[in-house]
Each structure stands twice: as structure tokens, then as C-alpha cells.
Design a protein around this ligand. Structure first.
Ligand SMILES: O=C(O)c1ccccc1N[C@@H]1O[C@H](COP(=O)(O)O)[C@@H](O)[C@H]1O
Length: 196
């Protein structure tokens, strides 16, 4: 979310969480001084970071009152544990391609609340690219995960076919935008209806 009115409209669609990009190189970056109203949401807020300093994350969490952090860099399990100990719900993102070894998630199992599987690209996220969802079958861990990476308006049927006991949600991003950070309400609405 980058624009307050758009955030208000998205919230009405029955989404479970709202995401905010706190990574300056991203075209979805909330900005140096985002307006407070952007964060005055009734749904839980997820702040997305890439290798940000943990104490900076905690300061921002206090300032903008977000409950979740989604970490898309090389954050180690210790950093995840520190953030969690301070009361944040931690989602650790992993960059997935055909050669991804799901056992790399093991070191994080006890230190985070959720995993998120995103497509491996030179970007850290927001690529609009999908990975081969078949390989999710190789994930045998107990931690619930979000599916991410290039999900678009036509994917609801294929997502419904994914039969994995730990799939807990989907992260909708660039595939539902009119411009970076601005969600298309109609596309989201149709997708959410189709998914249900
Ligand atoms: O959206 C971004 O610009 C972004 C930048 C840096 C890290 C993560 C980012 N977004 C997250 O990336 C995934 C995949 O997005 P997409 O569907 O491929 O556009 C998603 O989890 C976003 O929250």
C-alpha cells in the first residue's frame, strides 16, 4: 500500500493483511515521510524489508504501528529471533527456483512465524515472475507459508488446485496494480471471489 484512499478501498475487500514496502529502491517504497493516515488501517499491517538494520525496523514498527515484518534479504535466524522477541510477527521470504533446497528453511523454523516462497530473480521481490509451484511438494516442514511471486488475476483456479497442508495464504502484489503501489480494486475483488 502506498496511497491512503487505495488502502481504504483494498481494506473493504476482505483481505487479511495489508503490505507496505520499506525498501527504498522499490517503486513501491512508501517514501521517507509517509503520511500517518496510510497506516491507520483496521487490518494487520505487514512491513516489507530487505536487509534493513533490526533496530531501524523496531523504530519504524513503533512509529507506524505495524504488527508483521516480511524479510526479503539475507536476514539470519538471529535477526528474525530478535524481532520476534520484540513482539513482531515475522515472515521470512525465500527466493525459490527449480534448484531451491527447502532444507535451508530449517534454521529459521524456530525463529519465525511464517515462511514466504517468492520467485528467485535479481530483484529482491516484486518481480512479477512466478516459480514452478509443483516444487512446493518438496517442502515438508511444519511452518505455514505464504505463496508469492507474480500471482495475477487469472491464477485463482490454479491456486485452488495446490494441495499443500502448510499453504496458509497468498501475497498479491504487482499482478494487481495499475501502477506501482496502486492496486486495481476490480481485479482484486474478482480474484478474491474466485478464490473463495
Ligand atoms: O514489491 C516490491 O517492490 C518488493 C521489493 C522488495 C522486496 C519485496 C517486494 N515485494 C514482495 O515481493 C513479492 C512478490 O511480488 P510480485 O507478486 O512478484 O510482484 C511479494 O511478497 C511482495 O510482497
Amino acid at each position: 500500500m502506498k496511497f491512503t484512499e487505495n488502502r481504504e478501498e483494498v481494506e473493504k475487500l476482505g483481505v487479511d493483511m495489508l503490505g507496505y514496502i520499506f525498501y527504498e529502491p522499490s517503486r513501491r517504497f512508501v517514501g521517507e515521510h509517509p503520511e500517518a493516515a496510510l497506516f491507520e488501517a483496521s487490518k494487520p499491517k505487514v512491513a516489507v524489508f530487505v536487509d534493513e538494520n533490526a533496530f531501524e525496523i523496531l523504530a519504524l514498527a513503533k512509529n507506524f504501528n505495524f504488527e508483521f515484518v516480511q524479510l526479503h534479504g539475507k536476514e539470519n535466524p538471529k535477526t528474525c529471533a530478535l524481532l520476534r522477541k520484540q513482539g513482531l510477527t515475522v515472515i521470512k521470504a525465500f527466493s525459490v527456483d527449480d534448484s531451491f533446497r527447502f532444507d535451508t528453511t530449517k534454521a529459521y523454523e524456530k525463529e519465525v512465524d511464517y515462511f514466504l516462497f517468492d520467485t528467485k530473480t535479481p530483484l529482491h521481490g516484486g518481480s512479477g515472475k512466478k516459480f514452478n509451484w509443483e516444487i512446493l511438494n518438496r517442502y515438508k516442514g511444519y511452518k505455514p507459508f505464504f505463496l508469492s511471486g507474480g500471482i495475477g488475476p487469472d491464477d485463482a483456479a490454479d491456486i485452488k488446485k495446490i494441495d499443500h497442508p502448510k499453504l496458509t495464504g497468498v501475497d498479491l502484489n504487482s499482478g494487481f496494480e495499475d501502477e506501482p503501489g496502486l492496486k486495481n480494486i476490480e481485479k482484486l475483488k474478482k480474484f478474491i471471489e474466485a478464490l473463495k
